[in-house]
Write a protein that binds this ligand. Structure first.
Ligand code: SF4
Ligand code: SF4
Length: 391
């Protein structure tokens, strides 16, 4: 614990300017600590309740001891922005936003994890976090015959960087396109003119790069005549819908599960083939807690004949546990015994399901990669992949 003489007014003022709101409302009840997914990771101590107080005292990332500072930075970047603490705080304190103020400060000084620096640079330089060439961005769509977006089309389909480049997630993009084609929806993609939405850049704290990315995307969408966007990723969804408007964006964004659930209700899509499996749905934090989309993915799964839908008892909907990929977590390497994803996978496996259904490319990647080192037969599928099989 730090000493009172270490109070640093200057750091506190900078953190307040960087967006650390509500810090004086914290009364140290500790609910945030007990709901945080790190609380369920046995070997990692993550005292969330202390962040407001330490920010108020300007004691964030302020140590002059190199090792102590490295530990502080590690702690700050453990926050995956799942918002479980925001959901449960009696005073509505936004702890991930407070931590993001600290991240912005660290980015300004270049004192943040090397792996995240690389992620930010790749998005800035080539428009995706993997450093892949922009010319390959639409390769996933070649065999599906998905057209380039034209102004007269109703929807832009924006698949996210993972479905664009990662071979496993490309299957999800193709399944989604296949459903839209069967339902005769007028849509296209921007292809080589498509760039990362920048959500992860903002969560890491690289605000200047985010602003550049965001403004470039808005310009591209406006020039191309985009008015409605369908997205696969909850991260693109929340950024386009909730954050781009402050930079002048004027288009409607729908998550693909919202759109497909409505088409099923209207009878435009009719799942007919049996899918005789037990399926447990994992609520992605950014789709569920952040945007209140809980029922639409379940509605899609319930419409499929033969499918038995299971829930993780006590930890579903707003109490879902993060997969650990948010806010740059996908690119961080934690010790095997210090991973949120292992906690969540155990909960999902314990339901007895054959398949984990997801509605986020980050969750898909996180679960599949981790399952390779776990002794389980459970499979991971996107909701759209399951629906496509049932058509
Ligand atoms: S739940 Fe809210 S009030 Fe309670 S310790 Fe956490 S931030 Fe403070
Ligand atoms: S946002 Fe999630 S990971 Fe971050 S402090 Fe809150 S509960 Fe913990």
């Amino acid at each position: 614990m730090k000493k009172i003489e270490e109070i640093n007014d200057e750091i506190r003022e900078v953190l307040l300017e960087e967006g650390a709101e509500g810090i004086y409302k914290c009364y140290q009840c500790g609910k945030c600590t007990s709901i945080c997914p790190w609380y369920q990771v046995d070997l990692y101590d993550f005292p969330v309740y202390r962040f407001s107080l330490e920010t108020a005292m300007g004691m964030v990332a302020s140590s002059e001891d190199k090792n102590e500072l490295a530990q502080e930075i590690d702690k700050i970047y453990r926050c995956v922005g799942c918002e479980a603490c925001v959901d449960q705080c009696p005073h509505g304190i936004d702890t991930p936003k407070i931590l993001r103020a600290a991240k912005r400060l660290l980015v300004d000084f270049g004192s943040y994890p090397e792996t995240l620096k690389s992620t930010v640079q790749k998005i800035k330089n080539v428009g995706n976090p993997f450093g892949e060439p922009i010319e390959n961005r639409a390769d996933w769509a070649k065999e599906s015959g998905v057209p380039q977006f034209q102004e007269e089309m109703d929807y832009l389909f924006f698949p996210c960087c993972l479905p664009a480049y990662d071979p496993r997630n490309q299957k999800v993009a193709r399944a989604t396109a296949g459903i839209l084609q069967q339902a005769e929806i007028s849509f296209g993609i921007l292809g080589t003119k498509e760039h990362c939405c920048g959500e992860v850049v903002r969560r890491i704290g690289a605000e200047q790069v985010f602003t550049q990315v965001c403004k470039a995307n808005i310009k591209e969408f406006t020039t191309s005549g985009v008015t409605k966007v369908l997205v696969s990723s909850p991260h693109c969804f929340t950024t386009f819908k909730n954050e781009y408007p402050e930079f002048g964006a004027d288009f409607e964004t729908l998550h693909i599960t919202q759109f497909l659930s409505k088409l099923i209700d209207e009878g435009a899509i009719k799942p007919a083939k049996e899918f005789n499996k037990k399926v447990v749905y994992h609520d992605p934090c950014t789709l569920g807690r952040k945007n209140g989309i809980y029922e639409e993915p379940r509605n899609i799964l319930k419409s499929i004949p033969g499918l038995e839908l299971l829930e993780v008892e006590d930890f579903n909907r707003n109490l879902s546990v993060c997969c650990g990929a948010g806010s740059g977590g996908l690119w961080m390497e934690w010790d095997k015994d210090e991973r949120i994803v292992n906690v969540r996978l155990k909960q999902l496996i314990d339901t007895g399901a054959d398949i984990i259904a997801v509605a986020c490319p980050y969750c898909l990647q996180m679960f599949e990669e981790t399952l390779k080192s776990m002794n389980s037969e459970i499979q991971v599928m996107d909701v759209t992949e399951i629906l496509y099989e049932a058509l």
